[in-house]
Design a protein around this ligand. Structure first.
Ligand SMILES: [Zn+2]
Length: 479
């Protein structure tokens, strides 16, 4: 197996990945702020960290992965106050939506999914530690971090903080500070808004202290990997480092991995441009969860991802080819024995797949290795040059592929139904129905009955009933 190498934002280098404890990886991911539905740009990062954890697990590592839910911040507190509900009540809907969305995108649940509001005590203890070490100062009931006392500040994002002027938007805090660079660890209560009564006074935590406190509580002083979107590197991750390293005197995270931005049709996603999508927007348009996952996963995480509807269609077609190949392996009738060289060819596909992912999670390379093999194997099958003895190894390769990409197993219809989509027959157009029926007829002609059954089931799930007539034509009706 190839040595695993990851790009580390902290060093700017691609380095061999060696965790602190052999066979174990402690990893932290900054989760969503649950004041709204997460959008596809957020899910690009979450799919990236899912591919990362699935690959590490495939390689035999035991994961201890923590993802937080930021369920306290200025927007949440203000919105909850405006709606006259508790923070828990206000965020619950978005927390549930996030869990549902992750499940729909086949994002594995991390070992710890934790809420900031359940860890206020841990944040207070960490702030007290920083107070003892004189990294803080107070003002009007708030507590700030004095960046001037942490000379390494900026080492992650390589940002030159000396140039930051007063009034620059470094943080969302609108409080009195000694320096524009400084950030709030603890914020004084505002009239009418929720606060916690604590040994450091009444108030609420700043966003950055949440992640430091929770990450170290579950993973110890030094994490193996910290992941997030590139927009979090400064100031959020820079602040996490300043807080944690000042408190412990130890490195906070050994590998920092950041996913690049997502564009939509070449433009920055924004509500005003009308190109802002949540998962639900796309499912409502009839796109499948597997296609969306694949479109987000297929571009290596350090490359900007230009999300397009054409790309989404291509992802769906690529999944169809993989599923058809899986069906063919399952139901095809091949001559006995095995073809000379075929087991070596399958091994090469598996090696190339592994080499791609080992190379800083190069999903494009891993996919190319898979597509090449599937194309060649399909040609071999057409020519009668694929035999029964080769089936198991090819299936094993496909299973390995799916442990990471998770798109071959077809459960799109159930997932959409669980989210409340796909029930109404209006979600599928006549043209789509005709296209699927044609696919099913083709599969039947090739005697690929698993494929034809799958298409029939998909149509049934979407409320379409087929009637095969004796003359070979197919009639359909909506339930
Ligand atoms: Zn964070």
């Amino acid at each position: 197996m190839t040595e695993i190498r990851f790009h580390n934002t902290l060093t700017g280098q691609t380095e061999p990945f060696v965790p602190q404890r052999s066979g174990e990886v402690g990893m932290y991911t900054c989760g969503p702020t649950v004041y709204d539905f997460a959008h596809i740009g957020n899910y690009r990062t979450f799919v990236f960290q899912d591919i990362l954890r699935r690959f590490l697990r495939l390689r035999g590592f035991r994961l201890n992965h923590v993802m937080n839910l930021t369920d306290v911040d200025d927007r949440i507190i203000a919105k909850a106050a405006a709606a006259s509900v508790s923070i828990r009540d206000y965020t619950q809907k978005f927390v549930q939506a996030f869990f549902d969305d992750c499940k729909t995108l086949s994002i594995e649940a991390p070992e710890h999914w934790i809420r900031a509001t359940d860890h206020i005590d841990d944040m207070v203890v960490l702030i007290q530690k920083l107070q003892e070490k004189t990294y803080t100062y107070g003002g009007e009931g708030s507590i700030y971090y004095r960046i001037a006392k942490f000379p390494e500040y900026g080492k992650l994002s390589k940002i030159d903080v000396t140039g930051i002027q007063a009034g620059a938007r470094v943080d969302n805090d609108r409080y009195e500070k000694e320096s524009a660079r400084d950030f709030a660890l603890w914020k004084a209560p505002k009239p009418g808004e929720h606060f916690w009564e604590t040994p450091i006074g009444p108030g609420r935590p700043g966003w950055h202290i949440e992640c430091s406190a929770m990450a170290m509580k579950y993973l110890g002083d030094t994490l193996d990997i910290h992941t997030g979107g590139i927009d979090l590197a400064f100031p959020h991750h820079e602040n996490e480092i300043a807080q944690s390293e000042a408190a412990t005197g130890k490195p906070f995270a050994r590998y920092w991995m950041h996913a690049e931005h997502l564009l939509v049709e070449g433009e920055k996603m924004s509500k005003s441009l009308g190109n802002f999508f949540t998962l639900r927007d796309l499912f409502g348009k009839g796109y499948k969860p597997s296609a969306l996952r694949f479109a987000l996963a297929g571009v290596p995480y350090r490359r900007q991802l230009n999300f397009t509807f054409e790309g989404l269609q291509q992802a769906a077609s690529a999944i169809d080819r993989l599923r058809n190949f899986a069906d063919r392996l399952k139901t095809g009738k091949f001559p006995q024995g095995s073809v000379p060289g075929m087991s070596e060819r399958i091994k090469k596909a598996a090696d190339d797949f592994d080499a791609g992912l080992s190379d800083d999670l190069n999903t494009a390379m891993a996919l190319a290795a898979t597509y090449d093999f599937v194309r060649e194997a399909n040609i071999a099958m057409d020519k009668g040059e694929f035999r029964q003895g080769d089936v198991a190894a090819a299936q094993e390769f496909l299973a390995t592929f799916d442990k990471v990409f998770a798109v071959v197993a077809d459960n799109d219809a159930e997932k959409l139904q669980a989210l409340g989509y796909g029930n109404s027959s209006g979600a599928i157009t006549d043209a789509e129905i005709e296209k699927l029926i044609a696919e099913r007829q083709d599969a039947r002609k090739r005697r690929e009955f698993a494929t034809s059954d799958r298409v029939r089931k998909e149509l049934a799930d979407r409320g379409i009933i087929l009637e095969d007539s004796k003359d070979g034509t197919v009639r359909w009706k909506r339930k």
